[in-house]
Ligand binder design. Structure first.
Ligand code: AP5
Ligand code: MG
Length: 232
């Protein structure tokens, strides 16, 4: 049975990666994280990685053509036919329009915005650590069980290269100028659900699941899965 097609929006450190992973497990849909895809591409020194690296290190957006092509290709994979949660895409109006075009009739069902004040995200980013291999997020407050190796895949858990003070400030500025306007864009499509992203991760997940299920139930007049067609 198909799952939902979701986008998760929110400032850097709002918990998009943390919550997208949980939503993906709950609905049995893939989490598509452009940040993780780029970090893997940089690590493997692919063409996309070479193009992306300098922008990522500076806290700038990677050029739209590179990102859009990468996401369009990923959405063609068979696992995305039953739904997906997009984490970190779209990030500006150009990308949002490209996504609408790529999905056509099988458009995004719901865009959830995680609302977290800036002082809280700054604290979270300072203590964040991530798995180099699978991107799973940890923090100095919530480390992996064993010696900074990932609980999920055993990869090394490290600090991200763009979690420096200068790059964080740049990323937050880019968010305000380019990504925040998407809230109005999706409100205009009646697809936006804003959720309080503060508190413990489990509390946030509970709010998200209640918000998503009630919005999608209302729209389909039935279950979250509804009777929508599969992509493909
Ligand atoms: P990306 O990897 O997407 O990074 P980001 O947007 O900067 O967002 P973050 O990953 O920093 O935050 P998050 O919301 O995922 O928070 P997390 O769950 O980790 O992008 C990186 C770069 O790639 C960009 O700067 C750009 O260069 C490029 N890029 C990516 N997509 C692009 C696009 N579409 N277009 C152009 N360029 C693109 O949580 C943060 C920390 O808080 C963790 O330690 C976590 O454990 C902790 N935490 C989470 N929830 C809670 C909670 N409830 N309470 C306490 N701690 C919590
Ligand atoms: Mg993230």
């Amino acid at each position: 049975m198909p799952g939902p097609r979701l986008v998760i929006l929110g400032k850097q450190g709002a918990g998009k990666g943390t919550q997208a992973q949980r939503l993906a497990a709950h609905y049995r849909i893939p989490r598509i994280s452009t940040g993780d895809m780029f970090r893997t591409a940089v690590e493997h020194n692919t063409e996309a990685g070479q193009k992306a690296q300098k922008y990522m290190e500076a806290g700038e957006l990677v050029p739209d053509d590179v990102v859009i092509e990468m996401v369009e290709e990923r959405l063609k994979d068979s696992d995305a036919r039953r739904g997906f949660v997009l984490d970190g895409f779209p990030r500006n109006a150009e990308q949002a329009r490209a996504l609408d075009e790529a999905l056509g009739r099988k458009a995004v069902d719901l865009v959830v915005e995680l609302e977290v004040p800036t002082d809280v995200v700054l604290r979270r980013l300072a203590s964040r650590r991530v798995c180099l291999n699978c991107g799973a997020p940890y923090s100095t407050d919530r480390p992996p069980a064993q010696n900074w190796t990932c609980d999920i895949c055993g990869g090394a858990v490290v600090q991200r290269e763009d979690d420096t003070e200068a790059a964080i400030a740049r990323r937050l500025d880019v968010y305000t100028r380019q990504t925040e306007p998407l809230v109005a864009y999706y409100l205009g499509q009646d697809k936006l659900a804003s959720v309080d992203g503060t508190g413990q991760p489990d509390q946030v997940t509970g709010r998200l699941l209640r918000g998503i299920d009630s919005r999608l139930n209302r729209r389909s007049g039935g279950t979250v899965d509804g009777d929508r067609e599969e992509m493909g």
